[in-house]
Design a protein around this ligand. Structure first.
Ligand code: 13P
Length: 256
């Protein structure tokens, strides 16, 4: 059985005070050592240490939103995987569509980062997803295949135990335009069959595939109830405890 993951990608939001308040608000709900769902928060870099200190003793885990693929050196503005680990992260989001689009990240750069994160001992949340025009041109599967092939090049079946895939259709991110349950399930089923072909049946059966893109309390149960949807990567709704907690509960209910 795949344990659902509900991850909050805070993007470039919060301040020291609101970051602390957000985690305090989640702790009541997620603090008991729940075995039904994994909860991850991904604050901006400046608040990672604070987040890691605040979640201590709860089951909430912390992730970075990006990392660089070198250990140290003259890489102004970058953050190494080791630094993320050092401040208490267990996870890193890689290949988010905002980094692909705004920062021009390629599949090969994302692949280098993936290898570095895995060798550093971080779990990777690898994001893939098509643009609206690609969906409309019936290219969704081709795009997903290209991003998976590039992003996971050279990754072994054993290492896949530390990789989570996030399917985030770009047209659904921050738009309020959520994929239908059927659209999400079809893409997730395609990704799982790709994992079986590229790795094996065990990897395909064990890998968590999260959906991301305008997940809210009112659509979470439908999405998370799909057989191949193993959790959610939540943007806007992860910034409000009154929205994020019901999504965590929907994740738990999806396996109850
Ligand atoms: P929204 O939930 O705000 O659409 O963002 C999704 C996302 O990009 C999560 O990584």
């Amino acid at each position: 059985m795949r344990r659902p993951i509900i991850a909050g990608n805070w993007k470039m939001n919060t301040c020291r005070e609101s970051a602390a308040a957000l985690i305090d608000g989640l702790k009541g709900e997620a603090a008991e050592s729940r075995s039904d769902v994994e909860v991850i928060v991904c604050p901006p870099f400046p608040y990672l240490s604070l987040a890691a200190e605040k979640v201590a003793g709860s089951c909430i885990q912390v992730g970075g939103q990006n990392a660089w693929h070198e250990d140290a050196g003259a890489f102004t503005g970058e953050t190494s995987c080791q630094m993320l680990k050092d401040v208490g992260c267990q996870w890193v989001i890689l290949g988010h569509s905002e980094r692909r689009q705004i920062n021009g990240e390629s599949d090969s750069l994302i692949n280098q980062k993936t290898h570095k994160a895995l060798s550093t001992g971080l779990g990777v949340i690898l994001c893939v997803g098509e643009l609206l025009e690609q969906r409309e041109a019936d290219q969704t599967e081709a795009v997903l295949e290209e991003q998976m092939t590039g992003g996971l090049a050279g990754v072994t079946a054993e290492s896949m135990a530390n990789v989570v895939i996030a399917y985030e259709p770009v047209w659904a991110i921050g738009t309020g335009k959520v994929a239908t349950d059927e659209q999400a399930e079809a893409a997730h089923a395609f990704l799982r069959s790709w994992l079986e072909k590229r790795f094996n049946l065990d990897v395909a059966a064990a890998t968590r595939i999260l959906y991301g893109g305008s997940v809210k309390p009112d659509n979470a149960a439908g999405l998370l109830g799909q057989p191949n949807v193993d959790g959610a990567l939540v943007g806007g709704a992860s910034l409000k405890t009154e929205l994020f907690i019901p999504i965590i509960q929907a994740g738990a209910a999806s396996v109850a």
